[in-house]
Design a protein around this ligand. Structure first.
Ligand code: S3P
Length: 176
């Protein structure tokens, strides 16, 4: 059987919940013509369950296992804009996987602004867990920075502006 081709030049968006990954990735996809992969949507489609149901039935650890498996599968897809869930950096095993998949773009946002942007908190189980959101944010911040190839400060910016900044940075590096 022929080997399946592996993609190492995806563009992956990471960042805290509410950082705009979903909207910016959609915009970037239409700006660049690259296809779009939303890891959370893919998890829900493969699992035939919504994310809150996965958390309720398997706990966070169970969700993280599924997330890693789904992320790994993306290497067999054609070059895409990949929108990752905010906790993709939690499992240390995901960090080299992200790096091997392509260029990682971190959408940075202050925690208060991120929380203010979240319109459906009931769809984010991490926001109704026992840990304060600031604690989760502070724990993840250095990891987002470590994994990122490109960091975009999104504070106060529109989706269109952030997508334009992403495209500019990718362009500068000859990645588009
Ligand atoms: C999570 C973020 C969510 C989703 C899941 C866990 C997290 O994605 O993957 O609820 O741990 O931060 P968004 O960042 O798109 O909300």
């Amino acid at each position: 059987m022929p080997e399946r081709a592996i993609c190492t030049d995806h563009i992956l968006l990471i960042g805290f919940m509410g950082s705009g990954k979903t909207s910016v990735s959609r915009r970037l996809s239409s700006m660049t013509g690259l296809s779009l992969i939303d890891v959370d949507q893919r998890i829900e489609a493969l699992q035939h369950r919504k994310i809150p149901a996965i958390f309720a039935q398997e706990g966070e650890q169970g969700f993280r296992r599924i997330e890693t498996h789904t992320l790994e599968g993306i290497r067999y897809e054609g070059r895409s804009i990949v929108s990752c869930g905010g906790g993709i950096v939690c499992n240390p095993a995901n960090r080299p996987i992200l790096k091997a998949l392509g260029t990682v773009v971190y959408l940075q946002v202050p925690v208060e602004e991120a929380v203010g942007r979240i319109t459906h908190p009931e769809t984010r189980p991490m926001l109704s867990g026992p840990r304060p959101v600031e604690e989760i944010y502070n724990e993840r911040l250095p990891v987002y920075r470590e994994v990122a190839d490109i960091t975009i400060n999104t504070s106060g910016l529109s989706v269109q502006r952030v997508a334009t900044l992403c495209r500019r940075e990718l362009d500068k590096r000859g990645l588009l």
